[in-house]
Ligand binder design. Structure first.
Ligand code: CA
Length: 491
C-alpha cells in the first residue's frame, strides 16, 4: 500500500512540477521527486491564539489566509510542553524517555545529561544523506552549557542557559544562524555557520524580523550563496517571540491592540480576576503577548511571500507550529509545563499546494509524529528509522481517513527523577493527569471533562473513579508500555 501511494504521489509531483526550475531531487532509478520543507515555529504560542479559530481576539491575517490553504490540525499538543523536550521530540521522533531530554537544557540538567544526543538519527540527518541543503535559523536549545560558560546575560557562574552548538551536533544543518536560548528579542544573538564558540554576533533588530529577512534570502538564494541551487532544501525558522519578556516587541504591533478594552481580552473564565496576583499578571502582559503573535504572523507572511516570488510555493511543504503554549496566569500558572489547554495545545498548520486538500481536522497529533509524517510525505517513508516512536499521518493528509490515535501523552518530569512527576493522557474529551508526590507518598489525580468544562475549572477525578480507571487502563498504560517509561517500574 505504502509503495503504491508513494508512486502515485510522485507521479502527481512530476505532473504538477514539471516546469519548476531545478529544485527537485531526482533519485535514480525511480525518477521520484521530493519537495522542499519550510518549518516555522515560534516559542510559546498557544493554539488558541489563531484569529481564524475565533477562540480569542488576536490579529493573524497571514495565518488566517494560510489556514485556508492548509490542513489545520486543531487538536495538536506538545506532549511535554517545555522547550527542550519538545525540540528533542521534534528532531528525534521519540518521546522523552527515549530521547533522554527530560527537561530544559541548562547547567542544572547538564548534571543529568539532558541534551540531544550527538548520535541521534534526526530527520535532518536523513535529508542530508539524501542530498538536501539544510538551514537552521533561530532558537535551538538542545545543548547543555559547559564551563567556562559563554559570556552572555543569561549565563552566570551559578546558573547557565545558553550554549553554542558545535557543527558535529547540528544534525545535517549546513547553514546555521542560531543560538541555544537567549531572551533579548530586540537585541538577539546568533552563531553563524562558521563562527567559533567565542564568536557570537549581536543584532539590533527584533528577532523574528531579522530571522525572516534571512529566511527570505535563503529561499531566494541569489548567487547560490546559501544553498545548492540544484538540490531541494529544508529550512527551519525557530523564532523566540511570543516567549517572555513580552514588552520587547515593536510598537507597530502593540498599536494593533491599543484601543481594545483590556477586559475584552480577559473574558475566559479560567483567567483569574483583576486584583489577584495572576489576574493582574495576565492583564499586564496579554496585549504585548498578542502583539508578538501578530508580529510573528507578519514575518511568517513575508516568508510565504518569498516562496511565491521564488516560484517555489508549489513544491514546498510549509508547516507552522510552536513548541508549547502559554497560560500567562491562567489557572495561576505563569506559562507552560502544565496540562492546561493553553499550555499544551499548539498551532499546527501544514500546506502542500495541490497535494493535500485544505481542511480542519481534529487528529490527536503528538510532537514525535511530526518527524515520520514529514519524511513520509517527502517520499522517504522507507528511511524512517524503526526506533522512531511517532507515527506517520502522511496518508491521512494525502487521502483522508486512516487509523487515528485515541489519546496523546502528557509529561512533566522533575530534574533527576525520570520515574517521577506527572504522566497523563488527553483524549478528544478528557484530560487525565497523575502526579507523584514523594513528600506525601501518594498520587494526585486530575480529571477534566473538556466537553462540559472546556476551561478546565473542575477536577472530577474523585467523582468518576470508573472513568479514571478506564483511562489509565485503556489509554495511559499502553502508552507507557510502548515508550518503556521508567514510571512503570516504580508504580
Ligand atoms: Ca519554549
Amino acid at each position: 500500500m505504502k509503495r503504491r501511494t508513494f508512486v502515485k504521489q510522485s507521479t502527481l509531483c512530476l505532473a504538477g512540477l514539471a516546469l519548476a526550475p531545478g529544485c527537485l531531487l531526482k533519485e535514480k532509478p525511480s525518477g521520484v521527486t521530493h519537495p522542499n520543507l519550510v518549518l516555522v515555529f515560534p516559542d510559546q504560542m498557544r493554539g488558541q491564539a489563531l484569529g481564524f479559530l475565533h477562540e480569542e481576539i488576536v490579529f493573524t491575517p497571514n495565518l488566517d489566509r494560510f489556514a485556508r490553504e492548509s490542513v489545520v490540525f486543531s487538536q495538536t499538543v506538545s506532549n511535554y510542553p517545555v522547550c527542550s523536550p519538545f525540540r528533542a521530540s521534534l528532531m528525534s521522533g521519540k518521546y522523552p524517555p527515549s530521547h533522554g531530554v527530560l527537561g530544559n537544557c541548562n547547567s542544572k540538567s547538564a548534571e543529568y545529561g539532558y541534551e540531544l544526543k550527538t548520535n541521534e538519527r534526526c530527520w535532518s540527518d536523513i535529508l542530508k544523506e539524501k542530498g538536501y541543503s539544510l538551514g537552521y535559523i533561530g532558537k535551538w536549545h538542545l545543548d547543555n552549557p559547559h564551563k567556562p560558560y559563554v559570556k552572555c546575560y543569561n549565563n552566570t557562574e551559578k546558573f547557565a542557559w545558553n550554549e553554542w552548538c558545535p557543527p558535529k551536533r547540528r544534525h545535517g544543518f549546513d547553514f546555521w544562524y542560531a543560538y541555544g536560548t537567549y531572551d533579548r528579542h530586540l537585541n538577539p544573538m546568533y552563531w553563524t555557520t562558521t563562527a567559533k564558540r567565542d564568536e557570537p554576533i549581536w543584532v539590533n533588530e527584533w528577532g523574528p524580523k531579522h530571522e525572516a529577512d534571512l529566511a527570505i534570502r535563503y529561499i531566494k538564494n541569489e548567487g547560490g550563496q546559501f544553498r545548492q541551487p540544484d538540490r531541494p532544501f529544508a529550512l527551519v525558522v525557530a523564532m523566540n517571540p511570543p516567549h517572555m519578556p513580552y514588552d520587547q516587541v515593536p510598537r507597530k504591533y502593540q498599536e494593533l491592540y491599543r484601543d481594545i478594552p483590556l477586559e475584552k481580552l480577559c473574558k475566559r473564565p479560567n483567567i483569574p480576576p483583576a486584583g489577584t496576583k495572576w489576574g493582574d499578571y495576565y492583564r499586564r502582559h496579554i496585549k504585548n503577548y498578542l502583539a508578538m503573535i501578530s508580529g510573528v504572523d507578519e514575518q511568517f507572511g513575508r516568508i510565504l511571500q518569498a516562496l511565491e516570488e521564488a516560484n517555489l510555493a508549489d513544491q514546498t511543504i510549509v508547516i507552522f507550529t510552536s513548541d508549547h503554549g502559554n497560560c500567562l496566569g491562567i489557572h495561576d500558572k505563569i506559562s507552560k509545563s502544565n496540562p492546561y489547554e493553553e499550555s499544551m495545545r499548539v498551532p499546527f498548520l501544514i500546506r502542500w499546494p495541490g497535494k493535500i486538500a485544505p481542511r480542519q481536522d481534529d487528529l490527536l497529533l503528538s510532537s514525535p509524529d511530526i518527524y515520520p509524517t514529514i519524511l513520509d510525505l517527502m517520499g522517504f517513508s522507507e528511511d524512517i528509522p524503526p526506533e522512531v516512536e511517532g507515527v506517520s499521518h502522511a496518508q491521512l493528509l494525502l487521502q483522508g481517513e486512516r487509523p487515528r490515535p485515541t489519546s496523546q501523552l502528557y509529561y512533566q518530569i522533575p530534574y533527576g527523577l525520570p520515574a517521577g512527576g506527572s504522566r497523563g493522557v488527553r483524549t478528544h474529551r478528557y484530560t487525565l493527569v497523575i502526579t507523584r508526590r514523594p513528600d506525601k507518598k501518594d498520587e494526585e489525580i486530575i480529571l477534566f471533562d473538556r466537553q462540559t468544562d472546556p476551561f478546565q475549572m473542575t477536577n472530577i477525578a474523585s467523582k468518576r473513579p470508573d472513568l479514571v480507571k478506564r483511562l489509565i487502563n485503556d489509554e495511559l498504560m499502553p502508552w507507557l508500555k510502548k515508550t518503556k517509561d521508567p514510571w512503570l517500574e516504580q508504580g
